[in-house]
Ligand binder design. Structure first.
Ligand code: GTP
Ligand code: MG
Length: 274
């Protein structure tokens, strides 16, 4: 007698986008080839002023799965866009959320083997793409940034007592059940959001695994302000050691839940015929 196969997990692919029209076209081209593994693709545009929104709408017909484009009503940065997507995944009953940055630095192919084998009742909370472990490949990433990342990965590992091989790449997978039971709404919306999350994984005692990814820097514009970012990282580490509640119980942006409502700009449940 054949046992019934376990239900296929409902996976949401979330792509944050901000002024990266050319890179987004390439990302969506790549996603189109493997879109069947996703129940839905969600683009969260953070108020782009270039042709990103038009590029997404044009590319949508290639995506053979449900497809939604939302636009934030105010600038919520990368972290706030994550909050919009986390909430969407929870409210719409997804099992897993995949984050893939819209600026075409990561490769969706790197996560497909994991998604093909993922099970709804897994005990894991997240799987984090790493640019800095055995098997990872970096193209065009400067040695100084690589060194800086190694240094801070080591520092965060030392402080949390857990091995951290990347503080936040553009390719990650979350169990939506785990997201639903965690308190991330107060974390800062700027690019330090991933550092809040990294410390939170340790604080929440999440079961996280790193997997190697390929990362390229070609025509992307880096918005990282190195000195400011380093200062904010050190402040976070200081509080993690001496006053964790500052990190985990405060609202670090003066934005209430309504501020994370986004407008649906475009949606299709099945692809349009060519
Ligand atoms: N910088 C920035 N990115 C945003 C914002 N909203 C969404 N994003 C998207 O977030 C992703 C990451 O942004 P990046 O500025 O490349 O930051 P990063 O990848 O952490 O840093 P780099 O290593 O410099 O590329 C991209 O896909 C952006 O399009 C925003 O307000 N600011
Ligand atoms: Mg980037």
């Amino acid at each position: 007698m054949r046992l019934p196969s376990p239900p296929r997990p409902k996976v949401l692919l979330f792509i944050p986008a901000y002024n990266c029209e050319h890179q987004l076209k390439r990302v969506l081209n790549a996603v189109a080839k493997d879109a069947a593994i996703f129940k839905e693709v969600l683009i969260v545009d953070n108020g782009s002023t270039d042709g990103s929104v038009q590029a997404v709408i044009k590319a949508a017909s290639q995506i053979p799965t449900a497809f939604t484009l939302v636009q934030n009503r105010q600038n919520l940065n990368l972290g706030g866009s994550h909050k919009v997507a986390f909430r969407y995944a929870i409210e719409n009953g997804f099992d897993f959320l995949v984050v893939l940055h819209g600026d075409d630095q990561a490769d969706i192919k790197d996560v497909l083997p994991l998604l093909k084998n993922i099970e709804v009742d897994t005990a894991a909370d997240c799987w984090l793409g790493s640019r800095f472990m055995r098997g990872s490949r970096l193209h065009g990433y400067s040695s100084i940034r690589t060194l800086g990342n190694w240094f801070f990965n080591g520092l965060f590992s030392f402080v949390t007592g857990r091995w951290i091989s990347d503080l936040g790449s553009g390719l990650n997978v979350y169990s939506v059940r785990s997201l639903a039971s965690a308190h991330w709404t107060g974390f800062k919306n700027n690019l330090t959001f991933n550092y809040f999350l990294t410390l939170a994984y340790a604080h929440w005692r999440w079961n996280c695994t790193f997997f190697p990814i390929t990362w390229r820097e070609t025509d992307q514009v880096s918005n990282v302000r190195a000195f400011r970012q380093v200062r904010e990282m050190l402040v976070l580490l200081f509080h993690y050691i001496f006053n964790k509640s500052w990190i985990f119980t405060q609202n670090h942006d003066a934005i209430g839940p309504d501020g994370y409502e986004a407008n649906v700009t475009f949606r299709h449940s099945t692809p349009k015929p060519e």
